[in-house]
Structure formats: C-alpha cells, structure tokens
Write a protein that binds this ligand. Structure first.
Ligand code: NOJ
Length: 742
C-alpha cells in the first residue's frame, strides 16, 4: 500500500514536471515559427468595447489586426458570445494563437460580492478564498481567462479612492488576504473554474502623495520592503501567474520602466516566471511623466525594465521591431516576454481548445446561481462592522410594529455593487440586486409596518425632503437610516480631499435624531469616512460598505440578529482629514504624545487629538468576549526557539458570536526604530454563549524579524512586548519576553 502511494506520488511529480517540460518545448517550437511582428503582437493588449475601464483609444482596425496575429490579449470583452467572436478571429490568423481575455473581475462577476475592503473587514480568509473562487467560476464560464486581481496595495490614506479595492493598511493582514485571494481566483491553472490571478499594482501605488490617484510616490527602501512589498510576495508565493505594474513613479522612476522593481526584485531576487502586464497606457504615460521623450523611448524603457505586455498604449506594437532593427534591444528580450505569455496560454489549455472557457451552457448555469448568491449573502454579513451599539439597541426585534427606513441609499439596487463591479451588457441590475428596502421587507413579518422617506440626495444642499422624513420618523417605533457616499465616489480616479459624509446627510441624521426616536445608522462607503456627529450622538451604527448582490438581505440579517456582526476595521478611521496619513503601526517619536491630550512640545496637533475615531482592528459584537489566563511557554528564547502562547477566550454574553483575536508585538529597542505595535497573527473564533476555548499562537523568529539598515531580514536580541487584543487599541492581555544571543 505504502509502496503504491509512493510510486503514485512520484508519478504525479513526474507528470507535472514532464508537462512543464512539454510546454516549454511547445513554446520554443512555436516561437521558431513566429515572425517578429507576430511575436510583438503577443505583447499587445487592447480593450474591447463592453466596458470602459480607462481612456479607450479607438482602433477601427482591431478585428483585422487580430486576424493578422497582431494582438495577444483583449480586456473588456465580456460573455461567451463576444469572447467566442473574438477568438474566432484569432483562429483565422496564420499561427492560430489564441487570444487571452483579461478583465477586472475584482469582487464578483455576475454575482457581486462585497468590495474587497469590506471583505477584508471579515478577517475571514476562508470566506475570501471562497468568494474569489465563485467569482472565478462565473468569469471563467463566460470566457474570461484572467482577472486583474487581487489588488494588494497597502494604503494609509483614505482620501485615495482605490482603498476600496485592497485589504487596508496593514501589511500582515493584507499579505494573508492576498494569499487567500490568489488561491481562490487561480487554484490550479487550467481548471474550468479558475482564472489567472494578476497581483497589482507593482509597486507602492497606495502611497500616492496626498492620496491623489496616479500621483508620485516617494519612500525609503526600508518602507518599500517592510510595508509595501510583502503582500506582493505573498500573492506570488500563492502562485499568482501574472503581475501588473503601477501608474506611479517610485522615487523618480515610473514603475512601468523600473528596472529595480521588475528586473532586480521581481524577476531577479523573487525569480518570478509569470508575466508582467503594464497598467492601462502606463508605458505611453512615461512621456507625460517626463521620463522619456516619446513612445519609442517609452517602449525601450518598459521592455528593458521587464514589462512584458503593453495594455492599451500601442508603444510595443509601433516601436519594438524598429528598436530590434536598430540593435537597441535584442530579440532575446522580446522572446523572453513572448515565452512567458505563451506558457500561460498553454497552461490554460487554450492551444488544445481556444473556446475551452467560452461555454454558453456553463455560463447559463454558473452565473448568478442560487448557491453563489447564498454565499455572497453570508460573506456580506461577515463584512458589516458594528461600530456602536448603545444600550443594545441592536439587534432589532422582528416584532417591532413600525420601522421607518430613511435615507438616499434605502431603495438603491445597482449601487450596492459598489465600484469595480462587472457591468455585464443587457442585465437589469435593478431586478438582480437586493436593495436594502427589499432586504428589510424580506425579513420582517406581516405585523411590522415599514415606512419610507428618502430625506435627501447623497450630495447637494437640498433639504426639502427633511420635513417628510421627520414626519415619517415620528410615526415609527425605530428609525433606520441608510446614508454614505455614492458607490462611485470611491474607486479608480475617485480620490476625495473631503471624506466627511457628503451633502446634507449628517444634517438629516441630526433632524431625525431630534425626534427622540431610537435611530440606527447604516453607512455605505468605499473608504473610511468622517462622521463625528453621527458617531457621538447616534446609539447604533453599522458600517456596511458596499456589499454586492445580497446587500439588502445581509444587512437585514445583521439588523435583526440572524447574523451576529464579527467584522473588524482593516483601516484606521480618522477624526478629520487633517490626521491623514493615520495608521495604527506608526513609530514612536522622540516626543510621543498621549493619545487624548495634547500638551506642549510633544508630537501632536494643537487642534485635534492624535487618537483615531475608530482604530484598526475595531468592531463590536452583540455578545461580549472575555480574555483571561495568558500563558507563555517561555519568556526567554534563542533565535531558533519558539514560544507557545495560550489564553482563554470566553463568550460571556447571551448569543453565539465570533471574535477576531489579534496578536500584536512591540520590539522595544531596534537598530532601526520599530512600530509601537504590529499585528503578527490573528484567529477568528466562534463561541456559543458561555463557552470558553483555549486559543494558541506560536511566536517564532519570523514574527520577530524586520529589515535592518542594510535591508537584511533579521531578528535582533532584546525585549518584546506581547499584546493580545480585540482591536489595536483594546488590548486585553499583556506579557513580555526576551530574545537573547546564541
Ligand atoms: C487601470 C487600473 O489601474 C487597473 O487596476 C485596471 O486593471 C486596468 N485599468 C484595466 O481596467
């Protein structure tokens, strides 16, 4: 038996090795047949017309260029009908090299899932992997081979509109999420329910100065390595097949033409074997950056730096052949890029069947099927953060007689999909997306009367609807308000200088609160917003982000206690824009200030506290959790030793709930300054009322290490504080240990 197992394991290994071998041989054989124009064609990606995700350059010759083998990949071609049509054109080309269809399938395809920042708030890696897997299943069934996700840019600036696409501010959490998402999207390349992942945007795009999209990035190398690169490495460790570079320049060199990032780190140190796609037009944009003088120089800079595929700037298509002719670049450089792309086409099985993924029957069966919607609802409920619940106003009783539902988001359908939803043609999203109003209707029984008033728009200064809203509230036993920012006020090119609740919405909250009725506020947004009056005066607040297809049902599940909220903020919420950038794992200054009181001559503002409105890792539950009995197996270790940490977690409340227990460390003294606190591990634990569980963590060398002055990854001897918390500010258990020299 044992022998058979060993033999079959060897065989599996042998088969995959030989498969890879065969793929390389096939790629080489194909390459030998290709003209230089055909090779360059494979490095060229155009947008179709189904969805515009950038400034489209109209190209009336697209179809004939595909037939000539001058295009290797398309984006924004959606559905089996269109992917098939385009693939048929490619099959008319001389070498019949199949097209690769890429798409921004970021948080769901037809079944829409919560925006990635919301999902990150669930801290539930299995849920995120599953949502990515369902997303991949639907996209693949409709002919998509490749998603431009996950986006793993760390960001400490909520003004930046793209925070909605990532996993927030913390490198450790984001790295774990990046891994889970790649596993979910990609699984095993070539499977029918998987798509290639494309980890983006390489690199440091989330640190755009002033939170303004496409802006420059200026940062130390240590910051780059310590904070911004690890999620990329983690995604590549999970097997991400491709990577997209970023629009920004990094310390004066555009990422698209950045040899240090692409050749030295990615394809050098990390030995990345997949391919690099530019961001939309980013090769050409190096001219606007003032880094090169024209498209030809841009093509030179990008290909020599290591960008393999040109998305929508036509720079490769028009210049690479000439650059080879002039001996400015070698044909081997182009061959390497072509091989990288071709390998993926083989691994996906497209040479065996170019229509493998475009299958109308599967598309019909997979997209938006009830099982997917059920999971979307569960993930959505897991993403909702309970920020406040004074006197346990929530959960609401299903026997409440009259509930007023007020605000501009209440009856929205499609908006609940948030930014970066795939906009499939000919779909009536007003039918498919469960509005918050419908969700409430589905939840309450016949004895509950639901009243509605819009009150105001998201933006603008019109208060004419206030009187009706107040009158409606007066008739109710409880008021629920749904406010926030419009779905497309966050996302690409959606930076905001003012992240307060837009328009007169907070005035509406004040007017409704003045009725004396109990008020619950739902905040829909793609970023942390500022809403101090609401936070200080409204008894119950749920941060609902944008939750996708089942938004209304998921919100109702939480409002009425069918799901006990368990999410925790993946980003710090500032008190005011003036605190930005604000993040929990900052350094200590030489003149540290207390969080709440600013005295003179310390690092503080004279007009604002240093503490955030809501800290990283924060989120309440309808139950309470007690932390006790912290034990460390040792308090002195050598580098190669580990410490087993344990403690007791008890659900001391009345209902079942889940708690995200967070392990933080602080390295007291370092050869470079260490953050005051750093997340190093977490677990999400489900407990019945009264139940206690012993929770275990292991501290090893990896958790104690950091990049020193010379960028060596080291663990320095010294003292460490260990903290176990319910958030980065709500530390429940503390201890300390020492790492000593060998
Ligand atoms: C530009 C965005 O930065 C990128 O994330 C996206 O994948 C491409 N456009 C394609 O839509």
């Amino acid at each position: 038996m044992k022998k058979i197992l060993v033999t079959s394991l060897l065989l599996i290994g042998f088969v995959s090795f030989s498969q890879q071998n065969t793929i390389d041989q096939k790629v080489d054989a194909l390459l030998n047949k290709m003209t230089i124009e055909e090779k360059i064609g494979q490095l060229n990606q155009y947008s179709g017309d189904n969805q515009a995700t950038g400034p489209i350059t109209i190209n009336p010759n697209k179809e004939s260029e595909i037939k000539q083998g001058l295009i290797g990949s398309m984006l924004n071609v959606l559905g089996t009908k269109y992917t098939r049509q385009y693939q048929e054109l490619a099959m008319q080309s001389r070498l019949k090299i199949p097209l690769l269809f890429g798409q921004d399938v970021i948080h769901g395809y037809k079944t829409s899932f919560p925006i990635p920042l919301a999902e990150a708030a669930s801290w539930d890696l299995d849920a995120m992997e599953l949502s990515a897997r369902i997303t991949a299943t639907e996209a693949a069934a409709s002919g998509i081979h490749w998603t431009f996700a996950p986006m793993v840019d760390i960001s400490r600036d909520p003004r930046w509109g793209r925070v909605m696409e990532g996993a927030g501010e913390d490198t450790y959490l984001a790295s774990r999420i990046a891994y889970a998402r790649v596993k979910g999207f990609q699984g095993k390349l070539g499977d029918l329910n998987s798509v290639m992942a494309c980890v983006k945007h390489f690199a440091a795009y989330g640190a755009a100065i002033g939170g303004r999209d496409y802006n420059s990035v200026d940062m130390s190398e240590r910051m780059l390595w310590e904070t911004y690169l690890p999620p990329f490495k983690s995604a590549l460790d999970a097997g991400a097949a491709t990577i997209m570079n970023s629009f920004n320049d990094l310390n004066g060199v555009p990422a698209t033409g950045n040899k240090y990032l692409l050749r030295d780190i990615l394809k050098g140190k990390w030995d990345f074997q997949g391919f690099v796609v530019s961001d939309w037009g980013s090769i050409g944009e190096m001219v606007a950056h003032g880094y090169v003088k024209d498209s030809k120089e841009a093509a030179f800079a990008a290909i020599t730096a290591g960008t393999d595929m040109d998305m929508e700037s036509n720079a490769y298509r028009h210049n690479l052949a000439q650059l080879v002719k002039e001996n400015q670049i070698s044909i081997e450089l182009i061959d390497d890029a072509v091989k990288r792309i071709m390998r993926k086409k083989f691994e996906l099985g497209l040479f065996d069947d170019p229509y493998k993924y475009s299958n109308a029957k599967r598309e019909q069966k997979e997209i938006n099927n009830p099982e997917h919607r059920k999971i979307s609802r569960e993930v959505a409920a897991k993403s909702i953060v309970l920020l406040k619940n004074k006197n346990s106003l929530l959960p609401l009783s299903k026997n409440t007689k009259k509930i007023a539902f007020i605000g501009p988001m209440v009856k929205e359908h499609k908006a609940n999909m948030g930014f970066w939803a795939v906009d499939l043609p000919n779909i009536d999203y007003d039918k498919g997306i469960v509005s918050q109003w419908q969700g409430l209707q589905n939840k309450v029984g016949k004895n509950t009367e639901l009243l509605y008033a819009k009150g105001c728009e998201v933006e603008g200064y019109n208060k004419q609807g206030f009187a009706e809203a107040v009158a409606t509230a007066m008739k109710a036993d409880v008021v629920i308000m749904s406010i926030g920012e419009r779905w497309n006020m966050s996302g690409e090119a959606k930076s905001r200088s003012n992240i307060h609740l837009p328009g007169v919405q907070e005035d509406l909250v004040k007017a409704i609160q003045a009725t004396g009725k109990p008020v619950v506020v739902l905040i829909n947004a793609g970023r942390p917003l500022v809403f101090n009056w609401t936070a200080d005066n409204i008894p119950s607040i749920l941060y609902t982000w944008w939750l996708g297809s089942e938004a209304g049902n998921a919100i109702a599940d939480v409002l009425f206690g069918d799901y006990n909220p368990s999410a925790k903020l993946p980003m710090t919420f500032p008190r005011d824009e003036g605190q930005i950038p604000i993040y929990y794992n900052h350094f200590s200054t030489g003149r540290p200030a207390a969080d709440e009181t600013a005295t003179h001559y310390v690092s503080a503002y004279i007009d604002l506290k240093n503490s955030p409105k809501y800290p990283f890792g924060f989120g309440l539950s309808y139950t309470q959790f007690d932390y006790a009995a912290l034990k460390l197996s040792k308090t002195k270790i050598k580098e190669n030793e580990t410490i087993e940490v344990s403690f007791e977690l008890k659900n001391s409340g009345e209902v079942m709930g889940e708690e995200v227990v967070q392990l933080y460390l602080h390295d007291q003294v370092g050869s470079v300054i260490r953050p005051v606190i750093e997340l190093k591990d977490f677990q999400k634990i489900k407990l019945n009322p009264g139940e206690t569980k012993t929770i275990y963590f292991t501290i090893d060398r990896e958790k104690l290490s950091f990049y020193d002055k010379d960028l060596n990854w080291i663990a320095e001897p010294g003292d460490f504080d260990l903290m176990i918390g319910s958030s980065s500010k709500d530390i429940r258990l503390r201890s300390a240990f020492e790492l000593f020299k060998k």
